[in-house]
Design a protein around this ligand. Structure first.
Ligand code: ATP
Ligand code: MG
Length: 303
């Protein structure tokens, strides 16, 4: 197996605070690996180490089989990065932002110009090539950052919340672009708060919290394992329902005004629940990655 990223016991400590605590993971060539977790879980801190933006406090990290401590220059030329913040130059035009970036990689000016033209077409911003970046909408800037990450024809792109702030149209468009890139063999490391995005794009997911990995697996497997196939949501639950859940030791979440029971639509228990406890206050649906995420990381807001 060829690993594009190999992280072993990687740790990041900021002034005594451990943001990433000895995490180990691998990204296989050609796959899209998603990093999920609540605000402050340590996603950005983790991926910043993988693209050399922030040094590890301890651990080992190799990219393309090369140690990032010793082979950073070589790795950098084969990577594309889309940071959580846009970091575009507001005083330059759309086209110039791409060209300046091409220069960092020592790509000849003519080739960069041609590549920039193609990329602007790819993200549907070719009609704005001469606009100042400061005149773009937030979603347009995000698309431009994505295009910029591709200027050097990377083998691996690292995308920190690539679609945050995009409207549904742009988000779906970006998903399609990323699917195209992946089908061409690009490896992708991605963070997102959109569970639909993670389920659609990622071959494998890591869910982390408090700097540690909670679970790792294929989206569909994580759903079955942690949230069953189906969920019955019952509003205004009665004491009788709670007692029934307790007596049968059902997998559930009690949110006070609502109870979620996880299982399989075909289970007899689900039939009993529906017969005894469901009137118009009840809905049955397929389990989702969002269920898994909330089950594993809780429903409390992060500070
Ligand atoms: N430069 C820094 N100095 C001190 N603490 C930091 C620094 N960067 C991040 N942290 C802390 O490390 C923890 C993890 O932050 P990180 O940005 O990695 O989270 P995240 O999972 O990317 O969250 P979000 O979903 O909000 O982007 C947080 O508690 C954050 O406050
Ligand atoms: Mg982040």
């Amino acid at each position: 197996m060829q690993y594009v990223i190999q992280a072993q016991s990687v740790t990041k400590v900021f002034n005594g605070f451990t943001a990433v605590n000895e995490i180990s993971f691998k990204l296989i060539a050609g796959e899209c690996l998603g990093l999920l977790g609540p605000n402050g879980a340590g996603k950005t801190s983790t991926i910043r180490m993988t693209y050399g933006f922030s040094p590890m406090s301890s651990g080992r990290l190799s990219v393309f089989g090369l140690d990032i401590r010793t082979h950073w220059r070589e790795i950098k030329g084969r990577l594309g990065v889309c940071q959580q913040e846009n970091s575009l130059d507001p005083d330059l035009t759309v086209q110039q932002n791409l060209e300046v970036f091409g220069r960092y990689f020592n790509i000849p000016a003519g080739a960069t110009r041609e590549k920039a033209r193609k990329l602007l077409e790819f993200i549907a911003l070719d009609h704005r090539r001469d606009a100042q970046v400061s005149e773009l909408s937030g979603g347009m800037m995000r698309r431009l950052v994505l295009a910029r990450a591709l200027i050097n024809d990377p083998e691996l792109v690292i995308l920190d919340e690539p679609t945050t702030g995009l409207d549904p149209q742009s988000r779906h468009q970006v998903w399609e672009k990323l699917e195209n890139l992946r089908s061409e063999g690009l490896s992708i490391l991605l963070t997102t708060h959109y569970m639909e995005e993670a389920a659609r794009l990622c071959d494998r997911l890591i869910i982390m919290d408090h700097g540690e990995i909670l679970v790792e697996g294929k989206p569909a497997e994580l759903i079955i394992e942690h949230a069953g196939r189906n969920v019955v949501e019952i509003a205004q639950p009665t004491d009788e329902l709670r007692e029934f859940i307790r007596s049968r030791d059902l997998t559930h979440d009690d949110l006070g005004r609502r109870i979620l029971i996880y299982g399989d639509e075909n289970d007899q228990l689900f039939d009993i629940i529906r017969e005894r406890f469901c009137k118009e206050n009840c809905s049955l649906r397929g389990s989702t990655l969002e269920d898994v995420f909330l089950r594993l990381t809780g429903r409390q807001l992060r500070e």
